[in-house]
Design a protein around this ligand. Sequence first.
Ligand code: FAD
Length: 395
Amino acid sequence: MKVSVIGAGVAGLAAACTLVERGAEVVLHEAAPAAGGRCRSYFDPALNCRIDNGNHLLLSGNHAVMGFLNRIGAHDSLSGPVEPVFAFVDLKTKAHWKLRLNRGRLPWWVVSAARRVPGTRARDYLALLKLRRAGVDDLVAPLLAGTGELYRNLLEPLAIAALNTPPDAASAAPLRAVVAETIERGGAASIPRFPKVGLSESFIDPALAWLVARGAEVRLGRRVNALVAGEKTILAVPPWVAVELLPGLVVPSEHQAILNLHFKCRIDPGETGFWGLVGGVAEWAFAKGEILSVTVSAANKYAEMDNATLAALVWADLQAAFGLGAMPEHRVVREKRATFAATPAQLKLRPATRTVDKNIMLAGDWTDTGLPATIEGAIRSGNAAALAMLEQNPL
Ligand SMILES: Cc1cc2nc3c(=O)[nH]c(=O)nc-3n(C[C@H](O)[C@H](O)[C@H](O)COP(=O)(O)OP(=O)(O)OC[C@H]3O[C@@H](n4cnc5c(N)ncnc54)[C@H](O)[C@@H]3O)c2cc1C
């Protein structure tokens, strides 16, 4: 069986790998000159180094991610702390603290004041049980904001990072899915992971090499403008492209931006290599060799703010957190449609893998994975599309 996979983001790459592994002939089409989509690295001439389009944080419980990396031989390309530990800085008080989960399923870390969020009590964490009952129409803020310091210092930053949507508009259902697969499974499933070198070095280049070595054809810089009738196709493009290629398809249509600010500045990565920053504009900071890189999610609210103002605000946060000097060279990267907005209305627009045409399957972080728009969701969607194609058209 010959299958065209359109889009070489992680969803398309995962689909292509699953198909090739099961003996299908694959042609992978990518519009951009390089593969990777929203998960890629590139050389930035202003900073004179390679950067990622955005910091991507994974957790050890992201089993589809780990399976994909194992398959393409890149399982040792991730880095991060050895233990389930998250460092935070409160930008108002300049206090540094760490959340230290224990590895096992029984979360005894909540009864240890030294391990849990400062200013919280063990019983505050019972609020997480509310998440278990969350349906798609339950919003994050009304459900969880009553937990005071726990919400401000942990649940809100976690929700914004996972959902890329303001918590007063975001559905709690996809957050429930993330928590169920990570924190609820214990610290061993919640160890932070990120690429040692870059996103492309972990996810993209090894996948392309793996595919080419097994006979797949990879066509970069080839935008697909129309589907070929009767051709077996996995559409792994963003939703706004999918709807152009497949008119009548219902897809999420609202998006949220993510900002990444890359500063030429080397700081000690400490135990974790990254920090959650609470109470400012900057939300997460990653020490990546000569680059200190900051992420701001759910960032449509900064659409009108110019890059210079934004960089000054974020640098002031970094100064408060790490006692840094004058602002160095930097680059502001705005991913305007970073992910679909995880609101109840948008979640209800996510399509299933199968379409009305048995020859066309859908993949992408915006399809109905139950997860937020993440690498884990994208890879699962790609695997699911490949398996659905194989089931529909046995080899
Ligand atoms: C700044 C930023 C930070 C993020 N942080 C995290 C994080 O911390 N953790 C996490 O898990 N996830 C994170 N994400 C989300 C993650 O990057 C995405 O979920 C994932 O990369 C989506 O992959 P995809 O394959 O579904 O889509 P895409 O990456 O969008 O891939 C679609 C591909 O289709 C191609 N294409 C489009 N039109 C055509 C056409 N007509 N013909 C051929 N090809 C076409 C595109 O060029 C693209 O390569 C982040 C995203 C961004 C932008």
